[in-house]
Design a protein around this ligand. Structure first.
Ligand code: HEC
Length: 235
């Protein structure tokens, strides 16, 4: 008697043949929705508080007489902490002898303490050293990289220690750049350098000014600025 081969029932064969593509279908659908763009919102089963009625900026609204959804600021309102009436602190300028001049002193609310200088150093190292170098010599990493790439149009960040040959004074020292002007350069930038008003709050800008003075002294200090007992150690 010939041995009977075990056969798979026909319906099972059909079932397997059909179920393989069916099993792949979800993957194909997922791949499809991941690759096409649609302006329809995605399925969002649990609403929670995600969609709420609101007025959007620049939109119109019948609620207000002028038809605008955005409300103008109430005239005369001042944001907390933004009453900018201290010109010395906010603009680096003082009114002296009938005219506005750059402040040559620090504002009263910026105490020149070790803590302020440390803060200034930290902020300088974050915001300025990338271009001006940690010692302020104008050879920061961004500059060195730009040189390497030979980017055209790159302007070297100023050295903060250049001495004017005519006057023998620091180009960016207290004489030519009073504290207030230095403050304004950080605030609004200068020529190709961007301003840092948005990133650095005023008291930190003053702390940076104070730290730059310390940096300048560190590179061009007169011998009598060094305590007598430390002098022999120099050179
Ligand atoms: C993105 C690079 C960059 C950063 C960051 C930067 N500077 Fe400058 N800075 C420059 C360049 C470039 C110049 C020279 C601009 C020119 O001559 O067009 C300059 C010039 C200056 C000058 C000289 C102004 C003058 O009249 O010549 C001072 C002072 C100065 N920067 C201070 C700062 C301080 C303080 C910071 C940090 C808050 C800072 N810079 C951050 C690029 C930078």
């Amino acid at each position: 008697m010939p041995q009977r081969k075990p056969t798979i029932p026909r319906f099972a064969v059909y079932a397997i043949v059909i179920s393989i593509p069916l099993a792949l279908l979800p993957f194909a659908l997922i791949a499809r929705v991941r690759s096409i763009h649609t302006s329809q919102p995605r399925l969002h089963f649990f609403q929670d508080m995600d969609a709420q009625p609101k007025l959007k900026a620049q939109a119109t609204s019948a609620r207000y007489a002028d038809g605008r959804a955005m409300r103008p600021t109430v005239s005369g309102a001042v944001a907390r902490g933004r009453l900018n009436i201290d010109d010395h602190f906010q603009r680096g300028k003082v009114f002296r002898d009938g005219k506005w001049t750059w402040a040559t002193t620090y504002p009263d609310r910026v105490p020149i303490t070790m803590q302020t200088l440390e803060r200034g150093r930290e902020r300088f190292d974050i915001y300025c050293a990338t271009c001006h170098g940690e010692s302020g010599n104008g050879l920061g990493l961004v500059h060195r990289r730009a040189e390497k790439l030979q980017s055209s149009g790159w302007i070297q960040p100023s050295s903060l220690h250049v001495i004017d040959p005519k006057t023998g004074k620091l180009t960016y020292g207290t004489q030519l750049y009073p504290h207030g002007k230095m403050f304004q350069i950080i605030t609004h930038g200068v020529r190709t350098m961007p301003g840092y008003e948005a990133q650095i709050p005023p008291d930190d800008r003053w702390a940076i000014v104070a730290y730059i003075r310390a940096l300048q002294l560190s590179q061009n200090a007169p011998i009598d600025a060094v305590p007598p007992d430390k002098r022999p150690a120099l050179r």
